[in-house]
Design a protein around this ligand. Structure first.
Ligand SMILES: C[S@@+](CC[C@H](N)C(=O)[O-])C[C@H]1O[C@@H](n2cnc3c(N)ncnc32)[C@H](O)[C@@H]1O
Length: 212
């Protein structure tokens, strides 16, 4: 299969559908050493395939939602920076009436749609950058591991504050990465969860769910 192969076929053929670490209720197509992801991405691609791995921020937020379905039940939810879709899938499983999963990476949208199908839930996966637009039509914005780079954090935080001013609730899952705007956040819960790239033998990271 080559760089231009159809992404759905590549993901189903070369990745493994595995229970997510710390969130076994959700199975995700996950890359492994034999996946050869470069064949899908292209050798010169500089967009990391975040959607192919598990991240502590999304993991902790998904865990929180599944343990407290009342957080999302009956609400219109946006999963911003959806990656694999883990947070949006948790919201759909927990009774959200509408889930829109948004990412700037078109492959994340493909992976999220596939993962949602495999977990038997419906969500709308959209490729868009909404950070410079108006507050979306939503009751709750879920943000899993989007504060991983200072420049991105500088764009995300004002957008989320604008959403809060428009009465949209915001929940953030994060393992305490450097750009996380701690001063603006209220810690709701902590869980020990795995993060992609951590050595197998290392202890899980204490990661937090925060309200903005
Ligand atoms: C570290 S991954 C986290 C994925 C998922 N939320 C999780 O926790 O497993 C960050 C994701 O945010 C996406 N992203 C980066 N900038 C974005 C933006 N401006 N709007 C939407 N998504 C963005 C990336 O493409 C990537 O899929």
């Amino acid at each position: 299969m080559t760089k231009n192969s159809e992404p759905r076929a590549f993901i189903t053929q070369y990745m493994r559908l595995l229970p997510a670490p710390s969130v076994p209720e959700i199975s995700l197509y996950t890359a492994h050493p034999g996946s050869g992801l470069w064949r899908l991405l292209g050798r010169d691609n500089d967009t990391p395939p975040y959607w192919a791995y598990h991240w502590a921020g999304g993991t902790v937020l998904a865990r929180y939602i599944l343990d407290r379905p009342e957080t999302v039940a009956g609400k219109r939810v946006i999963d911003l920076g959806t990656g694999s879709g883990i947070v949006g899938i948790a919201a759909a499983q927990s009774g959200a009436i509408r889930v829109v999963a948004i990412d700037i990476d078109p492959l994340a949208v493909v992976a999220t749609s596939l993962n949602a199908e495999r977990n038997g839930v419906t969500l709308h996966a959209v490729c868009a950058d909404i950070l410079t637009g108006p507050p979306p039509q939503a009751d709750l914005i879920l943000v899993g591991d989007l504060f991983y780079a200072p420049s991105l954090a500088e764009a995300v935080l004002p957008f989320l504050k604008m959403c809060r001013s428009a009465d949209i609730d915001v929940l953030i899952g994060d393992p305490g990465r450097e750009p996380l705007p701690r001063a603006d956040l209220q810690l709701l819960a902590n869980y020990p969860v795995a993060d992609f790239g951590d050595p197998c033998e290392s202890a899980p990271r204490i990661s937090g769910v925060y309200a903005l």
